[in-house]
Design a protein around this ligand. Structure first.
Ligand SMILES: NC(=O)c1ccc[n+]([C@@H]2O[C@H](COP(=O)([O-])OP(=O)(O)OC[C@H]3O[C@@H](n4cnc5c(N)ncnc54)[C@H](OP(=O)(O)O)[C@@H]3O)[C@@H](O)[C@H]2O)c1
Length: 322
């Protein structure tokens, strides 16, 4: 048996009611897979969705939580996990495989002493980053990288709006875009969160819903219903709205007239490819960027991290160490 933080069953209204901290069987290592001894793993909103039963079948419980992480292989190699698990034989962009799953949807997650993943799902950990910083890369930072540089294809000198200032994806978007020479504006729900965005490189910050001084080239959305209308209104004609999450609800008004009249581009984005994870790591090295970590806790104290995220009490990534 090994130490693990896991979901016992789906609880749509009270997600952390199903959060258990205890022991789970040690995984066996199938052919072509590797064992990662987890040193650090980060908390994502996805873990709260799993506890609610979203994106996971009822018979997949109990499920060890944790979509991403950094650790050490049996032979001592230090690695970062790429959490997109493809169907055997899939070739090409890993995120486009209709049978792909993220860790914790079908396969056990990283909030444990060890996790097993296909051997192609690890990349070399950058020596410049700690295990804690490296644990932020596989989900939130990879998602932000793809949103900015693959989907929106932002260029230096353009202006973008990031909805949110303190979340895992939001902080990654702010740090990456400002390092890439993009003018970054962000909204934040409190003065403290907006001050954090400024520290991370945002050029101006605004209260949620504020009319901006000018329209922007691209907006980056993970909030959903609460900010969708503001996102559409903030775009210049022909601008791009990239959406990768709907924290506040998945049924926003599509505002179709605005979409067609201003020829807006609405682009979905999910995670990123293995190569994009390698390119992200290279970008971080070139620009000496360290992912913003808001809270680090030993794994046995994970419940406090889940509570902080649920309350919206974030200041960058929440990371658990082992
Ligand atoms: N598609 C993908 O591959 C992918 C990958 C990663 C995440 N996601 C999704 O992206 C979303 C964010 O994930 P995360 O891990 O970054 O979460 P998080 O760290 O908890 O961040 C939540 C963010 O939402 C913002 N927000 C603004 N208004 C909000 C409101 N009314 N209620 C709650 N939050 C509000 C927060 O802004 P403030 O700074 O003002 O608090 C904060 O920046 C989740 O829905 C997640 O499922 C998707």
């Amino acid at each position: 048996m090994m130490f693990a933080v896991y979901a016992s069953a789906a609880n749509p209204n009270d997600p952390t009611a199903g959060l258990l901290i205890g022991e789970r069987p040690e995984p066996s290592v199938p052919d072509g897979w590797v064992r990662v001894h987890v040193k650090a793993a980060s908390l994502n909103m996805h873990d709260l969705w799993t506890l609610r039963g979203v994106g996971i079948k009822a018979d997949a419980f109990p499920m060890i939580l944790g979509c991403d992480g950094a650790g050490v292989l049996d032979d001592g190699t230090e690695v970062v996990i790429h959490p997109v698990i493809n169907a055997p034989g899939w070739r090409g962009d890993e995120t486009l495989d209709p049978k792909r799953t993220l860790l914790t949807e079908r396969h056990q997650g990283t909030f444990a002493d060890s996790v097993v993943v296909p051997e192609g799902n690890v990349v070399a950990k950058p020596t410049e980053l700690s295990f804690v910083e490296s644990a932020a890369l596989g989900t939130a930072w990879l998602t932000a990288y793809r949103m900015l540089f693959v989907q929106a294809q932002v260029r230096p000198g353009q202006t973008v709006l990031v909805q949110g200032s303190s979340g895992g994806v939001a902080t990654a978007l702010i740090q990456l875009a400002s390092a890439a020479g993009v003018r970054v504006w962000s909204t934040g729900r409190t003065e403290e969160k907006r001050a954090l965005a400024t520290t991370l490189g945002a050029h101006a910050t605004f209260e949620a819903g504020t009319r901006l001084p000018e329209r922007v080239d691209a907006v980056f959305e993970t909030v959903g219903k609460a900010t969708w209308s503001h996102s559409l209104k903030s775009l210049r004609p022909g601008g791009a709205l990239v959406v990768s999450g709907t924290t506040t609800g998945a049924d926003p008004s599509a505002d179709l007239q605005r979409v067609f009249f201003l020829q807006l581009r609405v682009l979905g984005s999910t995670m990123g490819t293995r190569q994009e994870l390698i390119d992200l790591i290279s970008f971080l090295r070139l620009h000496d960027i360290r992912p913003q970590i808001g809270l680090t806790l030993p794994l046995p104290e994970a419940a406090a991290g889940f509570a902080a995220m649920q309350e919206g009490n974030t200041a960058g990534k929440i990371v658990f160490t082992r």
